[in-house]
Write a protein that binds this ligand. Structure first.
Ligand code: GLU
Length: 381
């Protein structure tokens, strides 16, 4: 690998958790239709470098449909939905194998996560996805993520991995998304058509002008188009996560970016933690609640999670993943948070030690009813 010693891109330098999205046109050798191993090896080495610099990495990778098309010799231009799904199913196995092999050479572990739109947009399953991704990162394993294209129909798909990457970043509270693309960033108009096209290196707000610029660059090669990249940026920014668009088509594209190369940065104005707290507060259900004892109220205010032992009762109307109010036994509202259990389960485990959850519910759930990270404590008035 080139002698990479320091990170010169500020957004990368300061990020702790990074989602890298790789488009099909980068990962596939357009002559053979197979994975471009040289390109993947170089990228994996750069990912390894970032991990050694204490970053947590998640990879959102396209390529399943294109690889499957090649494998199944379905070379016609427009495929029917069921043919595309067959390609996705065939190609995904090759894609996962490719990533496993490149990471293994470097002693890195990886894991495959396939998600559908409803998995991330339904609270209960989004919570499960979040916990799985966080667990993998804790276990120093790189999540390799793609949309589950094999059964999703057009209406219920993200359809492009740009937006999927934004959504994943939002879900796991990442600080940065890098969209590695076949263009180097956002231009005021199509640089192939106009000499006056200006390169935009930083965007602080996605307004109508920026959206118009994205439409103007439609004719460029970028697979999802610039419009999907702007949509991805909006999703990321709403989660307090910055987003970079950068060219990754040549071997060493990520390396160049790390070394301070050209890119467009969409800069988040708040931290992922603050954005998450705002999101939790805005989803607060005033008619769904949990009643806790004085000891638990004190523990929550000093930054602890809510355990079953401190719970007295709850309302009967919520499911795991919903945001409920936390109320003390003397009717003070303590805050709100995302419940890891259905209300009928809480009634069964209330007042008990977490160790008894398995005996009472028949399965070993989380120790916490509301984890500290999923909670917002109101200021005492
Ligand atoms: N999920 C699709 C695939 O793996 C790609 C979607 C995209 O390119 O954005 O082929």
């Amino acid at each position: 690998m080139a002698s990479l010693k320091t990170i010169k891109n500020d957004a990368i330098l300061h990020a702790k958790r990074i989602v890298i999205k790789i488009g099909s046109s980068l990962i596939i050798n357009n002559k053979t239709g197979n994975l471009d191993n040289q390109w993947m090896d170089a990228l994996a080495e750069n990912i390894d470098f970032l991990i050694k610099n204490k970053k947590e990495l998640l990879v959102v990778t396209s390529g399943a449909i294109a690889l499957g098309k090649n494998e199944l010799n379905l070379n016609k231009q427009s495929l029917k939905l069921h043919e595309k799904q067959a390609c996705a199913a065939t190609g995904q196995i090759l894609l996962a194998k490719g990533w496993k092999e490149v990471f293994e050479k470097l002693g890195l572990k990886c894991a495959q996560i396939l998600v559908g739109h409803s998995d991330l947009e339904t609270r209960r399953s989004a919570m499960n996805a979040r916990i799985t991704l966080n667990t993998l990162l804790k276990l120093e394993t790189i999540p390799v993520i793609n949309e589950n294209d094999t059964i999703a129909t057009i209406e219920i798909r993200y359809g492009d991995n740009d937006q999927l990457a934004g959504r994943i970043a939002h879900l796991v509270g990442a600080d940065l998304v890098i969209l590695l693309s076949d263009i180097d960033g956002l231009y005021s108009s199509d640089p192939n058509r106009s000499d006056k096209a200006e390169f935009i290196s930083e965007v602080n707000e996605i307004n109508e002008d920026i959206e118009q610029m994205a439409k103007n660059t439609k004719s460029l090669m970028a697979s999802g188009g610039m419009t999907t990249k702007i949509k991805a940026a909006k999703i990321a920014l709403s989660g307090g996560c910055s987003l970079i668009i950068s060219k990754g088509s040549k071997v060493g594209g990520l390396l160049k970016l790390i070394e301070g190369g050209k890119c467009t940065l969409f800069k988040a104005t708040e931290s992922p933690q603050n954005a998450r707290k705002k999101w939790i507060t805005s989803h607060r259900n005033k008619d769904k609640n949990i009643i806790i004892d004085g000891g638990a109220a004190k523990a929550l205010r000093s930054g602890n999670s809510l355990l079953p032992a401190g719970v007295i009762n709850s309302s009967e109307n919520f499911k795991r993943g919903e945001t409920i109010e936390i109320i003390s036994e003397n009717k003070n509202i303590i805050g709100c948070g995302i419940s890891a259990y259905d209300s009928d389960e809480i009634k069964q485990i209330a007042g008990n030690n977490s160790k008894k959850i398995i005996e009472l519910l028949g399965y070993k759930g989380r120790d916490e009813i509301i984890h500290h990270d999923d909670m917002v404590i109101d200021k005492i008035k």
